[in-house]
Design a protein around this ligand. Structure first.
Ligand code: AMP
Length: 220
C-alpha cells in the first residue's frame, strides 16, 4: 500500500460513507476531512459559524457555498493535507462547490472521485438507526435498546443520535441530495474522473472495493 491520496467520496447520507472514510483515512494515512463533523464541532463550540449553521443543519438544508468553500480551502491548506493528501467526506455537495474545488486543487489534482452507490430506500432505513461518535465520526447502528450516549469503541467519545437524523430532516436531505449533489456524478463523469462503487454489501467487502478503486485510479 502506498500512503497518500487526494480523494472525494460522494454518496447519499447513510450509504456508509462516514465509516468507510474513517477506514480509508487509516489505510492511506491521510486526514479524513468531513465538513459535517467540522460544522458540528463549530455548533458545539458555539463559534459564529456554528451559531449560523445550526438551524440550517437541523432542517437538513445546505450551508451556503461561499462559507463551505472558505472552510475547506483553509483546511486543505494545512500541512498534513498538503503533504499527504486527504479524504473529503461531505464536500463538494453542489456544482459551484465542485467548480471552486477544481480551482483550489489545480496544482495538486484529485487522485480519485468515488461515488458510493446505495439506493434511497435502503439508506432511509439505515439513517433512522444511525448513531455517530461526535468526536471521531465513527458510525454505529442502533438496535433500539442502547443507553444514550454510548462510549465510542475507537476513541472513547460520546456516540449520539444526530439532531438532524429525524424522518423529516432525513427525507429533506435525500431530496436535496438528488437535486444538488447528484449532478456531481455527471460533473465528474464528463471529465472521466468518476468511479462508481457499489455500496450494497458488507462493510468489509465495500472497503475492499473502495481501496481497489483508489489503487486503479492511481495507476491511470
Ligand atoms: P453530513 O454530516 O455530511 O451529513 O453534514 C451534516 C449537515 O452539514 C448537512 O446536512 C448540511 O446542513 C451541512 N453540510 C455539510 N457539508 C456541507 C457542504 N459541503 N455544503 C453545505 N452544507 C454542508
Amino acid at each position: 500500500m502506498i500512503p497518500g491520496a487526494r480523494l472525494i467520496i460522494l454518496g447519499r447520507q447513510g450509504a456508509g460513507k462516514g465509516t468507510q472514510c474513517v477506514r480509508l483515512s487509516r489505510h492511506f494515512v491521510v486526514p479524513h476531512i468531513s465538513t459535517g463533523d467540522m460544522l458540528r464541532a463549530a455548533v458545539r463550540e458555539k463559534t459564529p459559524l456554528g451559531l449560523a449553521a445550526r438551524a440550517v443543519m437541523d432542517a437538513g438544508s445546505l450551508v451556503g457555498d461561499d462559507i463551505m468553500v472558505g472552510i475547506v480551502q483553509e483546511r486543505l491548506d494545512r500541512d498534513d493535507a498538503r503533504t499527504r493528501g486527504y479524504i473529503l467526506d461531505g464536500f463538494p455537495r453542489t456544482v459551484p462547490q465542485a467548480v471552486a474545488l477544481d480551482a483550489i486543487t489545480e496544482t495538486r489534482p484529485l487522485t480519485a472521485v468515488i461515488d458510493l452507490d446505495v439506493p434511497r430506500d435502503l439508506v432511509l432505513e439505515r439513517l433512522s438507526a444511525r448513531r455517530v461518535c461526535r468526536d471521531c465520526g465513527t458510525n454505529y447502528m442502533a438496535k433500539g435498546s442502547e443507553r444514550q450516549p454510548w462510549i465510542c469503541d475507537v476513541c472513547g467519545g460520546d456516540v449520539m443520535h444526530r439532531d438532524d437524523d429525524t424522518p423529516d430532516a432525513i427525507n429533506n436531505r435525500l431530496d436535496l441530495y438528488e437535486e444538488q449533489t447528484e449532478p456531481l456524478v455527471e460533473f465528474y463523469g464528463r471529465t472521466g474522473r468518476l468511479t462508481v462503487v457499489d455500496g450494497v454489501a458488507t462493510p468489509d467487502v465495500v472497503f475492499v472495493r473502495l481501496t481497489e478503486a483508489v489503487n486503479k485510479a492511481r495507476n491511470r
